[in-house]
Design a protein around this ligand. Structure first.
Ligand code: SME
Length: 165
């Protein structure tokens, strides 16, 4: 059985992401199923990263994003490219840190408790195949260290999982 290890509260964010990366690699090792891995990755992130109210995936299905495995409240299912923070991250092919979701034009509020957000695109062979989306009930919850840490987690996910070409 896999037991996620929380870090003591004095550990730095850098240590937190180093531990999370190690745990994620161990959790996904030898398992190529992209949905199972997304489900376990959402659960691990939601359990380990503090102050989140949603953590999960959207995958590109044809021209739009469709909800994948997640932890948190039930969420909107379909997001067009260019819409919301998730759709903007697909369009820009880049991560987006939103300190205040109310100030982001077109933000899609799935949970009214959300105040800040981080979206990291999943890029395979130059093509965006989905996004990892984290929401927090606290304003300004995510910084550059979170962005870099989550981009590293996404690389581990992409490396472990068999994904559509
Ligand atoms: N807030 C996102 C929508 C997805 S939910 O947060 C789970 C957005 O604006 O794209």
């Amino acid at each position: 059985m896999f037991e996620a290890k929380p870090l003591p509260s004095f550990a730095s964010k850098r240590d937190l992401y180093a531990s999370l990366a190690q745990q994620l690699a161990a959790l996904l090792e030898g398992e190529p199923d992209a949905i199972a891995n997304a489900a376990n990755m959402s659960a691990l992130i939601y359990q380990i990263l503090p102050d989140l109210n949603w953590a999960g995936f959207y995958f590109m299905r044809g021209p739009e994003l469709v909800l994948g495995p997640f932890q948190g409240k039930a969420a909107c299912v379909r997001i067009a490219v260019g819409r919301g923070v998730c759709g903007a991250a697909v369009e820009r092919k880049a991560s987006i840190v939103v300190p205040d979701v109310h100030a982001f034009p077109g933000h899609i509020a799935c949970d009214s408790a959300s105040r800040s957000e981080l979206v990291v695109p999943l890029i395979k062979d130059g093509r965006v195949i989905g996004v990892l989306d984290l929401d927090s009930p606290h304003p300004d919850r995510f910084d550059e260290e979170d962005r870099e840490g989550c981009e590293r987690l996404v690389q581990i996910y992409l490396g472990a999982s068999e994904l559509p070409a």
